[in-house]
Design a binder for this molecule. Structure first.
Ligand SMILES: Cc1cc2nc3c(=O)[nH]c(=O)nc-3n(C[C@H](O)[C@H](O)[C@H](O)COP(=O)(O)OP(=O)(O)OC[C@H]3O[C@@H](n4cnc5c(N)ncnc54)[C@H](O)[C@@H]3O)c2cc1C
Length: 369
């Protein structure tokens, strides 16, 4: 059966979220624009502005909606999560206010799946309560798309793992209390059984953040949120292993399948916001005696953007629906891959048209794609 309607009770929640995000959170992007600022728990803005907003979300029962009720979440399915995330994706602070920000959401999911009782207490609980943030360190300077090129190792010495190597683009490492690091522990195994996941507290001796790397539009010195990290004789206890020895790919897949579709849901919101800005500009800017919206080329840009966004949104929601139906991201991996491929193209197209319609003002706009 096909049904594109939202039930009235959930729609009421979405309406509240929409009004709350618009009135209370979207202004934070203008007031505190550094894109990694939401992750700095020690900042005054976090304590004085974000914490009270988080309390309102918790009081409404909307905190960490991606998690099951046993972990303090709402246990909503992926379709409902899609409808929620597309509102939260409108601004960079909203996921943090709602406890659904990457990479903490994915890290919480794998900790919930694989952590021992001790690990849950030490790392998962404070993460779920929003007291700390975390980092996922898989990509290396020598290989990202091909994990066969990874070289970071952990060797067992007595009752410790000793880590040596480098990781690249470890998002939010500078704010994180712990890193989940993918390392080679079983070099003699087949390629996909060589790696294990280790939980590494951020203050462990031997960790150096070589530099914090920025992405396009956010590349001012010191602004970057994606760390290049060196691990030199970094020692963690054996019990910091997450999942099985040689089982890192299984753990990573648990995280990446969900993570990708959640990014896509937020991207719908980001693209819609860019489209709305394009529309506002088109009806408010006069040139050569008429508003921009009267120009056929601008109309085409708006129409193309709307079409691409609606098509992408349907693909995302259909994929979410399949995940709900099969409860198995592996079975839906082809759809998730399609969403991942479509996502940057749709956002790039709509954001660049929005910049174009804003003229010189557009060249000042920081694009979060
Ligand atoms: C904003 C952002 C945040 C990130 N956060 C994290 C994080 O928190 N933790 C983490 O571990 N990583 C993170 N990453 C890294 C991300 O996972 C890697 O960028 C990704 O896995 C690709 O690896 P790479 O950058 O080394 O690209 P490469 O491996 O160098 O690949 C470059 C390009 O080559 C092409 N290519 C590669 N393989 C093939 C193939 N088989 N066939 C055809 N073409 C191919 C593709 O176009 C690919 O994009 C982040 C990246 C970004 C942009």
């Amino acid at each position: 059966m096909w049904d594109f309607s939202t039930d009235a009770e959930f729609q009421e929640k979405l309406d509240w979220v929409s009004a709350f995000v618009h009135a209370e959170i979207e202004p934070l992007d203008l007031l505190f624009p550094a894109h990694d600022a939401p992750y700095d728990r020690d900042s005054a803005v976090f304590r004085e502005v974000v914490r009270p907003l988080q309390e309102q979300v918790k009081a409404r029962g909307l905190w960490a909606a991606h998690l099951p009720p046993s972990l303090g979440g709402m246990g909503m399915g992926q379709v409902q999560l899609g409808l929620l995330n597309e509102i939260l994706g409108r601004c960079s602070w909203a996921p943090m206010v709602f406890g659904t920000q990457a990479p903490d959401s994915g890290n919480a999911e794998i900790l919930a799946h694989y952590a021992t009782d001790e690990q849950r207490k030490e790392f998962l609980e404070p993460l779920l309560e929003g007291r700390i943030v975390s980092c996922f360190a898989m990509t290396e300077p020598t290989g990202g798309a091909d994990p066969g090129g990874f070289t970071c190792t952990a060797v067992r010495e007595g009752d410790e793992w000793v880590i040596n190597g480098e990781k690249w683009f470890s998002s939010n490492a500078r704010w994180a209390s712990f890193f989940i690091v993918m390392v080679i522990t079983e070099p003699e195994n087949a390629p996909y059984q060589r790696h294990s996941m280790l939980i590494v507290p951020a203050d462990t001796p031997g960790i150096t953040i070589v530099r914090n790397v920025g992405i396009a539009g956010w590349d001012q010195p010191g602004e970057g949120g994606h760390a290049y990290i060196r691990y030199q004789d970094v020692r963690v206890p054996l019990e910091n292993l997450l999942g099985d020895r040689g089982g890192a790919f299984v753990v990573a897949q648990t995280r990446l399948g969900g993570g990708r579709i959640h990014h896509a849901m937020r991207t719908v919101g980001m693209a819609r916001r860019a489209l709305e800005m394009m529309l506002e500009r088109a009806v408010s800017r006069h040139t050569q005696g008429e508003i921009l919206a009267k120009k056929q080329l601008v109309q085409e840009m708006v129409a193309d953007s709307w079409l691409e966004l609606e098509q992408f949104r349907l693909l995302v929601l259909q994929t979410a629906w399949k995940i709900d139906k099969y409860h198995d991201t592996h079975r839906v991996r082809g759809d998730i891959a399609a969403v991942k491929i479509a996502m940057p193209t749709v956002l790039k197209n709509i954001a660049s048209r929005a910049l174009q319609v804003h003229g010189s003002l557009g060249s000042r706009t920081k694009c979060r794609s």
